[in-house]
Design a protein around this ligand. Sequence first.
Ligand SMILES: Cc1ncc(COP(=O)(O)O)c(C=O)c1O
Length: 501
Amino acid sequence: MKRSVPVSLLALGIDPGSPVARYRQLYEGIRDAILTGRLRPGARLPSTRALAAETRSARNTVIAAFEQLVAEGYLEGRVGAGTRVALTLPESLLHARPVTDPRRAAGPRPALAERGRRLLETWGHRRPTGGPVRPFRTGYPALDAFPTEVWARLMTRRWARVSRQLLAYGDPAGYQPLREAIAAYLREARAVRCDAGQVVVLTSSQQGIEVATRVLLEPGDPVWVEDPGYPGAHDGLAGAGLRLVPVPVDAEGIDIAAVAPEAPAGRLVYVTPSHQYPLGVTMSLRRRLALLDWADRTGAWILEDDYDSEYRYAGPPLAALQGLDQAGRVLYLGTFSKVFSPGLRLAYCVAPPELVDAVVAARFQSDRHPPAVNQAVLADFIGEGHFARHIRRTRALYAERQAALVEAARRLLAGKLEVSPAAAGLHVLGWLPPGVDDRAASRAAAEHGVEAAPLAAFRIRAGGRGGLVLGYAGFTEREIADSVMCLARALEGRGAARSKK
Ligand SMILES: Cc1ncc(COP(=O)(O)O)c(C=O)c1O
């Protein structure tokens, strides 16, 4: 009978202190010996008893490693009755080295598709800001005001009596009671014309943008976007292979009459009418009617992103554009990212009735539906009146925080950054003196520990007056006051003084 190879040939460096399980170390050691040719096909392995003794392992541990290698086809035979390296290992496998670094791979590197390349391009310059959330990062609600206790209570209650229905695959259009709660809220608070059948629950407005493009547009189609506008939308639309046509925004909101006559007709227009992001203006009624009329005449779609309209400080919230739409051209998006927490990942869209099925199909293909229990808890939260209370409470809180920012800016930033109160939302826009480069000012702010996004980062067409976008809702008055002081120092410094070339 063929002799077994000496244990030393296997060169099994078992590390007793390693977090990797011992059976896994044995498995990898033997597999490596096979793949690097130290163990040839047909070679007989030492007995599990000998290997256990040599490596100071329990015999069952060695048996577990052998069984795994037999199951994967590296070894043959019955464990305990003579085990050898499989005779039929493909030659290519024997010469292959375990590849951990793609640069060491023998074959050609996988080429990205055009779509993949486009995605990487946007990812390169828009990687989300990491690190702790600090003033004045945009888009953050007050995470310290998250209704943790109520949420935890509702969550515990749901889990204590969780139904089979909530543990099974759910309706891709969303949990029905949540759809009803959202529809009722939108009809009452936002004058959106809808019933629950038109509401589709999403993980984010970002998903809503993706779903809309998949359902309504072909790659290469022109889409009109606000300029400056929301980078998440610009990137989402460009990433889907659409042609972005920048449309100027003025004090009345997006101005489609200013699109050059030779520009391609938009198949869809993305707008933030209640509170333009980032300029903060509200679209006038005149412009709303003109936009709806244009969409009706040309057969274009309107994607209305109503991301933070719960927060209006002067008077009641404004009615949504969707509520004025007679022709069914508006796809309406809303999110809970601004009202609660962006980490919750819950949002919704309201589709015209004839689009609902296609939207649900696209949504289903993305990820079927958001976690059902979270949807149920949110439905309870809205249904039991906590949602309305939370908005009232945070609206008052944000009004105070905004006032603290505007007041500190008036005292400390005069002549450096012109910050006026905003009627709505979670951020204000500060204008730099003409000629001051906002990217340089933003870099100077970062050096002083303050995040202040340059308006240039929201623009498609370069130029225009520089500004800094300051999110305030997520920060305490103390943090705001301290950060305004740091910003004042930053803007006194060299960075901000560098003018535009
Ligand atoms: C205009 C606008 N829409 C949508 C969002 C994000 O929403 P979601 O987290 O649901 O994608 C943001 C976040 O900053 C935003 O500014």
